[in-house]
Design a protein around this ligand. Structure first.
Ligand SMILES: [Zn+2]
Length: 367
């Protein structure tokens, strides 16, 4: 159906099914939108002329589609909004535009990185060659001291004069006899040098490791995931910056187990906020959480807020044991107030933290 015939159909539909205005005997074709208490909201054109009101023509509503902006509906008189809405690109275009920006960015980044890698590759090869040039290769050395070419020359050219030939041989044999120890030393020195200078793959892999570490530490694509209910825990999948906020949700052992099981599967997490204030964490629950934390060996920054639970000394001990496994941690914010952990529990925590050598930012609330 084309546009005109559609329009025609809508008109026909309205003509056929909509009554005439009881006052003006004109077709009711307008929806009054500024006063819902004025009796019938369907009005005719003459109603409008008689006493102006804000309205939307029914035909305009029927004709409308996703891209139609009905001026004046649902907000009266805001040309700024309507003009902007009218000029608005489709959402898909917006997304495409952003995707294109990202694609272009990475395309040029890839080119730059490849150029840098190629430069590095060239320099490595150059270094390698220099390294070999600067050392006497054992076979080269052997060929130099063995004087095979000189012996050949004597064999080819001096056989007609035996005395002369013998004299020449004597000279070389004598030289060789005198230099036995010296030659031996030179050859061994050359072997050793070669072994020491031989290029190792470790050097290359250390370059690779550095680059991969650097890439890992850049997390442009990683946004922070906020979890505010147990049902949303599965959203953590693949993310490394996690904010779990489940304060005052009456969370008990089964909830804690769910949290623990989810965290355990995500050892790549680097930033974790776990807010479980005012729940029902007992010793057992603290053990569940602690055993999960234990496995998050990539954590660099963590906030644990267990204020107002019932973790007790034993729970604090479990948490302390897992904290000391987090050797990459630099920022820690730990709140165990209102958990009856006693001096002993606080001691476990502080002893554990002494083993986290990278911590530079620490906030502790233990009482
Ligand atoms: Zn009327």
């Amino acid at each position: 159906m084309n546009q005109t015939s559609k329009q025609h159909n809508y008109e026909q539909f309205l003509m056929k099914n909509y009554q005439l205005c009881p006052i003006h005997s004109q077709r009711l074709s307008l929806l009054r939108i500024d006063n819902y208490q004025s009796g019938n909201l369907l009005k005719c054109l003459d109603c409008l002329i008689e006493k102006p009101f804000k309205c939307v023509p029914l035909i305009k509503i029927l004709e409308s589609d996703f891209n139609t902006i009905l001026k004046g509906w649902p907000i009266f008189d805001d040309s700024q909004i309507y003009d902007q809405l009218k000029d608005m690109k489709q959402k898909e275009d917006f997304i495409m535009q952003d995707i294109q920006t990202v694609l272009n960015f990475y395309e040029s980044l890839k080119k730059e990185i490849i150029l840098l890698i190629q430069k590095e590759e060239k320099e490595t090869i150059k270094n390698l060659q220099t390294r070999y040039e600067n050392l006497e290769y054992p076979l080269d050395l052997y060929n130099k001291i063995s004087q095979k070419e000189k012996l050949k020359d004597i064999i080819f050219n001096s056989y007609q004069n035996q005395d002369k030939q013998n004299y020449e041989f004597q000279k070389i044999v004598k030289e060789n006899l005198q230099n036995q120890e010296n030659y031996k030393g030179q050859i061994f020195y050359s072997f050793n040098n070669l072994n020491r200078s031989t290029f190792t793959y470790e050097e290359l892999f250390s370059v690779k490791d550095k680059i991969i570490q650097l890439m890992d530490s850049i997390s442009i694509a990683q946004s922070q995931i906020k979890i505010d209910s147990l049902q949303k825990l599965n959203q953590i999948y693949g993310q490394t910056i996690i904010d779990i906020g489940l304060q005052s949700k009456n969370i008990q052992n089964d909830g804690l187990q769910q949290i623990a099981q989810t965290l355990e599967k995500h050892s790549r997490i680097t930033n974790l906020t776990l807010n479980l204030r005012e729940n029902d964490i007992q010793v057992q629950g603290a053990k569940l959480i602690a055993s999960a934390l234990h496995k998050l060996s990539n954590i660099t920054s963590m906030t644990l807020d267990f204020t107002e639970n019932n973790i007790q000394t034993e729970g604090a001990k479990e948490i302390a044991l897992s904290l000391q496994k987090l050797q990459k941690i630099t920022n820690l914010n730990l709140n165990l107030c209102g958990n009856d952990i006693q001096d002993e529990g606080a001691k476990y925590i502080s002893l554990a933290l002494q083993k986290c050598h990278k911590i530079s930012n620490l906030a502790l609330w233990l009482e």
